[in-house]
Design a protein around this ligand. Structure first.
Ligand code: SF4
Ligand code: SF4
Length: 95
């Protein structure tokens, strides 16, 4: 696979990555649940940003998910339009 270079920028919690393309873990953990608006049930709006409740766990599983999902290593979707308008979304097409 060819990857373009990208500038690493901080995560602002816009939710674009999770809502556009939920990760493997979210798909597995919530495989039997309804996904309102197609949004991973682990994705939570805090009032100012989105967070993942799997990586927020204060146990070894949280450490595992954080490491696997590279939490803290920045955003790879630095040009996505949601970054400059952080708010709750109803789904993928809520631009
Ligand atoms: S798209 Fe980038 S800024 Fe938005 S939640 Fe994902 S990592 Fe964070
Ligand atoms: S909210 Fe967490 S579990 Fe769901 S897609 Fe995002 S990173 Fe994955």
């Amino acid at each position: 696979m060819i990857r373009e270079n990208y500038e690493n920028v901080p995560c602002v919690g816009c939710g674009f990555c999770c809502i556009q393309e939920p990760c493997t873990y979210g798909r597995y953990v919530h495989r039997d649940e309804a996904w309102e608006g197609g949004i991973c049930p682990s994705l939570r709006w805090t009032g100012s940003r989105y967070v993942c409740s799997l990586v927020s766990r204060r146990d070894r599983s949280g450490m595992f998910y954080s490491r696997e999902l590279k939490v803290g290593e920045g955003c790879r979707s630095n040009a996505n339009p949601w970054r400059v308008d952080v708010r709750p979304r109803r789904g993928k097409d809520d631009h």
